[in-house]
Design a protein. Structure first.
Length: 212
């Protein structure tokens, strides 16, 4: 516990629905959309009284890579930066009978099978130290021979959701369309040329006779 407030860690799990891209490949909105079913979130209060976990320290580290590009004219180099990641490190202690320790260990094993499918997220809430929809970076549980306490180090990295661009089909400018009266508007028929050796005969014009 830090600052008299109990932190809360929330584990959220999802289940992705089967892909229907093969069955509906001609429908762009359906073919490129992946749906997921959210399962009820599981909060764990990291409290010494409730779950037997004591928070000793919290550290939030933001890594940014900076590179310098020198110029041929000898002027000041150009500096370019690239974000590497944001990692939240939580140092905890717990006894061997801690309920929270058992839950953290069980959920970490469950997350291991969902890393590739990305069917989970972790949210940590503790005042200014807050991270939403994070990913498990690492979890280590250590016990020494001096006492019966477990040292827990939990690292959560910021996870970014990759957005898939949905492309709409571009209508053909020469294609025929229907207006409000179900009449064909616009469009043009493809020009065709007669095959080699074929000839066309113009039909004779009708003769009109006067009736006496």
């Amino acid at each position: 516990m830090l600052n008299g407030i109990d932190p809360v860690i929330i584990f959220s799990f999802y289940k992705k629905t089967p892909s229907v891209s093969e069955a509906f490949s001609k429908i762009p909105l359906v073919a490129q959309y992946v749906n997921s079913i959210e399962l009820p979130p599981i909060p764990i209060y990291l409290s010494e009284k409730l779950t037997g976990i004591f928070i000793s320290s919290e550290t939030k580290n933001l890594d940014i890579e900076t590179t310098a590009t020198t110029l041929a004219d000898g002027e000041a180099p150009e500096f370019n930066q690239k974000g590497i990641g944001s990692v939240l490190t939580i140092e905890m202690q717990a006894s061997k009978n801690s309920i929270g320790l058992s839950l953290l260990s069980a959920f970490s094993d469950l997350i291991l099978s969902k890393v590739t499918s990305k069917e989970y997220s972790i949210t940590y809430l503790h005042g200014a130290t807050t991270m939403f929809n994070g990913l498990l970076h690492s979890l280590s549980i250590t016990q020494t021979a001096d006492d019966d306490l477990f040292r827990i180090t939990l690292e959560i990295s910021k996870g970014n959701v990759k957005k898939v661009a949905v492309t709409q089909p571009t209508p053909d400018s020469g294609a025929a369309t229907l207006d409000g009266n179900s009449q064909i508007v616009g469009g043009s028929l493809p020009a065709s040329s007669p095959a080699a050796g074929a000839s066309f005969t113009t039909p004779p014009s009708p003769v009109t006779q006067a009736v006496p």
